[in-house]
Design a protein around this ligand. Structure first.
Ligand code: AMP
Length: 133
């Protein structure tokens, strides 16, 4: 279940070299190319699923989520806490169409409610003028 046109499948198969944070037979974790936080690691299943809505078997999901705390410990953010992000589909601006969990940490992050979630957000008044909407 590999998509030969998928960049994350190529990373999972070892065709694109990466520096794995963690790897086993089903998942690989590697640092994001454009980190948003001091720690920004992606965890992907080696099998291809476009996103979390792509009929992912529960055991696959369980294994994927079971990797989260391992990665957090390896990266030294387990104690202070971290944020998981899974962009899914167009409205979430998912850019790589292979299921991945962002693990973000290494510093205090604002609550999602306080962030600029775009002009469609219910808090858009804080960030956008009426002309932008
Ligand atoms: P998303 O918008 O949730 O699909 O996130 C895709 C993430 O993958 C972005 O944060 C990118 O910076 C990251 N990314 C894309 N290509 C690579 C790559 N080859 N190695 C590491 N991270 C990547």
């Amino acid at each position: 279940m590999i998509d030969e046109n998928c960049i994350f499948c190529k990373i999972g198969a070892g065709e694109i070299p990466t520096n794995p944070v963690y790897e086993d037979d089903r998942v690989i974790a590697f640092d994001d190319l454009e980190p948003l936080m001091p720690v920004h690691t992606l965890i992907i299943p080696k099998n291809h699923y476009a996103n979390i809505g792509d009929n992912v078997p529960e055991d696959e999901l369980g294994h994927l989520f079971g990797t989260v705390q391992k990665v957090a410990e390896i990266k030294g953010i387990a104690k202070d806490g971290y944020r998981l992000l899974i962009n899914t589909g167009e409205n979430a601006s998912q850019s790589v169409k292979h299921l991945h969990i962002h693990v973000l940490g290494g510093g205090l992050m604002p609550r999602p409610n306080d962030q600029d979630w775009g002009s469609a957000a219910t808090n858009a008044d804080k960030f956008y003028s009426d002309e932008d909407k």
